[in-house]
Design a binder for this molecule. Structure first.
Ligand code: NAD
Length: 308
């Protein structure tokens, strides 16, 4: 049957599987259950799925294959596209062993756009549809159900599955398969550059004798304001908390993916390359598991030009 002649997904008729109950997946899957969808969950960290089901309801799948068997639509919210591919098609335990023809996967992770196209072709050979639907808005947006969702793939499939995404946030249809993932990593390039620019400005201001919070306050009333000045400096950086819930290694990964897309499109993106280099150095110094806001501390602590 053609994709667009199938009925739209609905809580009464569509079972959801959710793989990756981490910082983002946990609140996102929680919204689906609150909205009435039947959800089963899987994560390699069983304590996360146990805590999730205790707090929200839903069911724990004992394997990825079992999750696939019990789902019409599987959402992946995993660290990167390689892990998504492994979960979908990898050796031993995978989704395609369990999923029926005509079922669909929605990859909401920030995955590599080119890899997403390849995965789409591989899944099509098993009769499984793929949509990419990465998100922006952080843990705060995930908890509030207000994420920006960047959707790529067959437009009829996107429409059919729109109701699944509605409890999680606002949907923006971007284009063909992989377009959502490309938009997402380009967004994170702009976000990562904005964070570093503000961290450098704060450092220069400190040395000039200007209070950091005063600088952030006036930037937030001026043309230099960005998401980091508005939502990260006072909340996670200047107070020393560094606990936004988004890992530095994940941001560095997104930046590298954005530059891969730039390469594929023959765009020099010189600022992006310099930014990626700085994030890579920060990752080496503080580790990928550190919160991404630690990049501001890294900028501060490696603040002598002669050190570079
Ligand atoms: P996270 O590390 O908190 O969660 C990932 C989860 O996947 C973990 O619970 C981990 O145990 C699980 N996992 C890893 N490998 C697995 C496998 N093979 N099978 C099953 N489960 C597996 O990461 P997160 O912060 O929730 O981010 C998830 C994705 O969303 C990433 O692609 C990230 O770039 C993106 N993202 C994160 C944020 C944020 O603010 N945290 C915002 C937007 C997008």
């Amino acid at each position: 049957m053609a994709v667009n002649s199938r009925p739209a997904a609905s809580p009464g008729s569509t079972r959801i599987g959710f793989v990756g109950i981490g910082n983002m997946g946990q609140p996102m899957a929680g919204h689906l259950i609150k909205a009435g969808w039947k959800v089963s969950v899987y994560d390699t960290a069983p304590e996360k799925t146990r805590a999730f089901v205790d707090a929200n309801g839903g069911e724990i799948a004992s394997s990825i294959k079992e999750l696939g068997q019990n789902s019409d639509v599987v959402i992946t919210m995993l660290p990167d596209g390689k892990i998504v591919r492994h979960v979908a098609l990898g050796a031993d335990d995978n989704l395609v062993q369990g999923m029926r023809k005509g079922a669909a996967i929605i990859d909401m992770s920030s995955s590599a756009p080119v890899g997403t196209r390849e995965l789409g072709a591989a899944l099509a050979a098993h009769g499984i549809d793929l949509l990419d639907a990465p998100v922006s808005g952080g843990v705060k947006g995930a908890v509030a159900g207000t994420l920006a969702i960047m959707v790529g793939g067959d437009p009829a499939l996107a429409e059919r599955l729109d109701a699944v995404l509605a409890p999680i946030g606002r949907r923006f249809y971007i284009g063909a398969l992989g377009a959502g993932h490309a938009a997402k990593v380009l967004n994170n390039y702009v976000s990562a550059a904005g964070l570093v620019a503000a961290a450098e400005a704060v450092l220069v201001a400190q040395r000039f004798g200007i209070d950091s919070q005063k600088l952030i306050d006036v930037i937030n009333a001026s043309t230099g304001r960005n998401n980091s000045t508005e939502n990260k400096f006072a909340q996670f950086i200047l107070n020393g908390k560094f606990n936004s819930g988004f890992a530095l290694g994940l941001m560095a990964k997104d930046l590298a993916l954005a530059m891969e897309v730039a390469d594929a499109c023959d765009v020099p993106a010189e600022l992006g390359r310099a930014c990626l280099e700085l994030w890579k150095q920060a990752e080496k110094a503080v580790g990928g598991a550190a919160d991404h806001t630690e990049v501001a501390r890294y900028v501060n602590e490696h603040s002598s030009r002669s050190e570079r």
